[in-house]
Design a protein. Structure first.
Length: 300
């Protein structure tokens, strides 16, 4: 059975594209915003491939930040920017990051897990001070103790290296075989977690596609925050906390419905098994509106 959950931070706990968009608008007002979604994805790509050079001592952090901004813009036909322009973008980006907030669906997910007593943790790549500032701003310490927050620069390892997952499992007191890692980056989060023997949920809300020939190694794929909330609630609310990721068993249809269609579809499936509406409402912790819709639809 799944007994613990660990989360990525950037673009998993909060919407990182929003501060990026604002920084681009303020720094480079002539950039074609119709390309912003793809530009953001490539910005994350350059972050992933550039930061290891900071970890290795080859680049300074300021140069890395200028480089990822410059390379992203060049890829979309924008002019080459100066280091001063890159520094200004980074300053505005950090200013916008200081205003980040956790989305309601993520907060509900964490509240639910906390109420259930499910151990939680965080593994995030990036500069230590920068990432811990985000953790604090997002209010993650309300749900996760500091000793279960791991930042790559402080460890000498980074995702997708299995060493950082091994270190987290030991420091967090979690068993990889029963721990689920949730993250948006397929290469860093999913491949990394799988390589360390963890279970993995790919939070693919940016609609990324795998390269041709890539064998999927995630256990579950979801594409929005509502699905995350629904999947986690169904996972931990079903009787006996059934372990859904056992390869020797068929996938549980109720979990699949929870992921693909949210809590309402999961509720309807349970009602079709002749479970009482009151029990379904209690089991899935449906709100008054959801309960009322079900009562109207099924003539209760």
């Amino acid at each position: 059975m799944i007994s613990a959950i660990v989360f990525d931070v950037d673009d998993t706990v909060y919407d990182q594209q929003a501060p990026y968009r604002k920084a681009i608008e303020r720094s480079f007002p002539d950039f074609d915003l119709s390309q912003l979604k793809q530009a953001y994805i490539r910005f994350r790509h350059y972050s992933d491939i550039g930061f290891p050079r900071v970890m290795a001592g080859e680049w300074t952090t300021p140069y890395f930040r200028y480089w990822r901004c410059k390379e992203t813009l060049l890829e979309f036909g924008y002019r080459a920017i100066t280091e001063a322009e890159g520094e200004r973008f980074q300053a505005i980006y950090e200013e916008e990051l200081a205003n980040i907030t956790m989305l309601d669906e993520m907060r509900m997910t964490l509240e639910f897990l906390k109420a259930k007593g499910v151990p939680m943790g965080v593994i995030t790549n990036g500069p230590t001070e920068h990432q811990l500032k985000k953790v604090k701003k997002l209010g993650l310490y309300d749900y996760i103790p500091p000793h279960r927050v791991l930042v790559s620069q402080a460890t000498g390892f980074q995702k997708p290296e299995k060493e950082i997952f091994n270190l987290a499992a030991k420091q967090f007191g979690m068993n990889p075989a029963t721990t689920l890692y949730v993250g948006d980056s397929y290469d860093n989060d999913i491949v990394g977690a799988h390589g360390a023997g963890w279970h993995a949920m790919w939070f693919n809300h940016r609609g990324r596609s795998l390269k041709a020939g890539t064998k999927p190694v995630f256990d579950v794929e979801i594409d929005n925050f509502e699905q995350l909330f629904g999947a986690v609630k169904v996972l931990f609310d079903l009787p006996d906390n059934k372990f859904f990721f056992d390869s020797n068993e068929e996938a549980n249809p109720i979990l699949e419905l929870g992921i693909n269609n949210g809590l309402m579809m999961a509720a309807e499936r349970l009602l079709q098994t002749n479970m009482s509406l009151d029990k379904v409402v209690l089991l899935l912790q449906l709100d008054a509106t959801q309960e009322r819709l079900l009562r109207v639809k099924y003539g209760y």
